[in-house]
Design a protein around this ligand. Structure first.
Ligand code: AGP
Length: 612
């Protein structure tokens, strides 16, 4: 879950690499490093512990007065997996003779065996990383042809990698390769870039090539040659990025998270655009390239994902049951991939992922395909591994999500799952009349979200009165239970408050013991068939001294026991999950801001988890 970037061209590489690392910092930010290659092929490496800013300062200091600016280089921002975040473990890593070096995103699973073999040959390792074993292994095979040496070394490697390699003897030539970790090439005028994410390329070009697993490419300033490990030529299409550099800027907001929260009327409008058929009360989802007949054959929906995407799946589960009369089940992807799931050709597996790179979800997709299920992706990043592995599905069109804490992707995922449930429902027992009513409710979403955003200041005031708490609870019933889980996750992730989400009825079976006077308990108490039950659960907590913060629907009576109210627009209980989630995102954001936390890059986290 690191970020790598490479540049070969005619401009000074250092500022381009450092700018790209800043764009990739959400992938990992405990240490960073780069290697610059002069026209004579010589490699200069600079590493630093901490954020990219620290590396930038060091590069400035060390390169001050350097003769010619190198026009070729590779760089890396790290999320440590093997070896603590130290300068020694930061990338790039070198071969034994220091004639080549590389940066790597992923994990070399059999690195211990490789290391032992090389140590037996006299290698003395400098770091504790898995990556150094690969660098030294490539060095062992290097006879002047870098691509060949990389291919030979990768043939012995197990695990996941996105790498960029430079060699002293081949100045201006970079070899990159991927398996399991994302890698995108950027085609510029007389320059070529490579990065873990297109977000680091959009400032330089919109023409990109998404590399596939097993691709090894030789890249120079004006030439790209992609092959497989056996030297077979691989053709890859050039894609055009649909968003502009501004999409990866803060746009005047203090944090990417706040910007992305406020983008949700537009991002959800994008998720709905051209997909609502108000006349027939249904949804049109081109990506579900499956015939109406095949869709009618589906007997069960299985939703898989991790973290926030899993919570979106849990909301979807209610919609498929309620709107489409379909059996629906949610499974954590990390469990699904190993439990030998009972899945077959009459099952539709929906793989939900913002990044499209999460290792457990990707593996779950592959397992479901092996089992013969119909597998569709609900993904944000176009060109990502899960989007290509599923080959069909629905993009949520939320645009780049930079902040580690997922916000607009969650509401986009839920909106798309509601559209899918409407589509499948209308193919079954959902009436035209109800379909039209639900389609109309969905079309209101951008406005409903805007109404919640308009209360940003009021929610900040509620946050101010809970920011000192070290523990908090989020309670909900029905589709609001996963929203409670998501609210707790957001608060945990960015403010480090120990927050737990529970089904409201579960509190009295144990967790209620944790309540002490003043403990904040956020209750999702919007208009729903279970509202009375929710209030009695809130009452039980209030009786133990809890401070009740209730999320209620506009115009709703009887919220007297609440100490604080956050009002969301009144709408269908399933549709309400989206404005309610936005309210909880703002609550978490303001608590974290008041606690002075690093909101966009919380400790110990990374944006896409590409290892198990
Ligand atoms: C959410 O805020 C977290 N960043 C994390 O739980 C995330 O949702 C999870 O890692 C799944 O990521 P994905 O949607 O990119 O697959």
């Amino acid at each position: 879950m690191c970020g790598i970037i490479g540049y070969v061209g005619h401009q000074a590489a250092a500022p381009i690499l450092l700018g790209g690392l800043r764009r990739l910092e959400y992938r990992g930010y405990d240490s960073a490093g780069l290697a610059l290659q002069g026209p004579d092929g010589q490699l200069t490496a600079i590493r630093a512990v901490g954020k990219v800013l620290r590396l930038t300062e060091k590069v400035k200091a060390e390169l001050a007065g350097a003769p010619a600016a190198a026009a070729c280089g590779i760089a890396h921002t790290r999320w440590a997996t093997h070896g603590a975040p130290t300068e020694r473990n930061a990338h790039p890593h070198f071969s034994g003779d220091r004639r080549l070096c590389l940066v790597h995103n992923g994990i070399i699973e059999n690195y211990r065996a490789i290391r032992a073999r090389l140590e037996a040959k006299g290698h003395v390792f400098i770091s504790e990383t898995d990556t150094e074993a690969l660098a030294r292994l490539i060095g062992e095979h290097y006879q002047g042809d870098l691509r060949k040496a990389v291919g030979q070394a990768l043939a012995q490697v197990e695990g996941a990698y996105g790498i960029a390699v430079l060699a002293v003897d081949e100045p201006g030539l970079m070899v990159v390769a991927r398996k399991g970790s994302p890698l995108v090439l950027g085609l510029g005028e007389g320059e070529t870039l490579v990065a873990s994410d297109a977000a680091a390329l959009v400032a330089h070009t919109r023409r990109v090539i998404y590399l596939d697993d097993g691709d090894i490419a030789v890249v120079t300033a004006d030439h790209i040659d992609i092959r497989d490990r056996h030297d077979g030529i691989r053709e890859r299409e050039v894609a055009e990025l649909g968003w502009d550099p501004g999409a990866v800027e803060k746009g005047g907001f203090e944090h990417f998270m706040l910007k992305e929260i406020h983008e949700q009327p537009e991002s959800v409008r994008n998720a709905l655009r051209g997909r609502l058929d108000a006349e027939h009360g249904t949804a049109v989802l081109a990506g579900m390239a499956t015939s109406a007949r095949d869709l009618a054959e589906i007997q069960r929906i299985l939703l898989v994902g991790c973290g926030t995407s899993l919570h979106a799946g849990q909301v979807g589960e209610f919609a498929f049951e309620d709107w489409a009369d379909l059996n629906a089940e949610v499974q954590p992807a990390a469990e699904f991939r190993y439990r030998n799931p009972l899945v077959g050709s009459r099952d539709l597996v929906l793989a939900i992922s913002q990044s499209g790179e999460t290792a457990d979800t990707l593996a779950a997709v592959r397992e479901a395909k092996v089992k013969g299920a119909l597998v569709l992706g609900v993904v944000n990043v176009v060109g990502s591994a899960i989007a290509r592995e599923t080959g069909q599905g629905v993009f949520i069109h939320a645009g780049p999500e930079i902040s580690v804490a997922s916000t607009k992707a969650f509401t986009g995922q839920v909106a798309v799952l509601l559209l899918m449930a409407l589509r499948l429902g209308r193919g079954r027992r959902l009436s035209l009349e109800r379909g039209r009513a639900l389609a109309a409710e969905l079309a209101r979403l951008p406005e409903l979200i805007a109404q919640v955003l308009a209360q940003d200041a009021a929610i900040a005031a509620v946050a101010a009165r809970m920011a000192a708490a070290e523990h908090a609870f989020f309670l909900g019933r029905g589709p609001m239970h996963p929203v409670a889980l998501e609210g707790a996750l957001k608060l945990k992730e960015i403010s480090y408050v120990h927050a737990e989400g529970y089904h409201a009825a579960e509190m009295k079976h144990g967790p209620i013991a944790l309540l002490t006077p003043g403990t904040p308990v956020v209750v999702l108490a919007n208009r729903s068939p279970q509202l009375d039950k929710v209030w009695s659960n809130a009452e039980e907590c209030k009786a133990r001294g809890a401070r009740i913060i209730a999320v209620v629907s506009a115009g709703q009576e009887g919220a007297d026991l609440a100490d604080e109210r956050i009002v969301i627009p009144d709408c269908d209980p399933l549709v309400a999950t989206i404005p309610a989630a936005v309210a909880l995102q703002l609550l978490a954001y303001h608590v974290a801001r008041l606690r002075g936390c690093s909101i966009d890059q919380p400790r110990n986290l990374a944006k896409s988890v590409t290892v198990e």
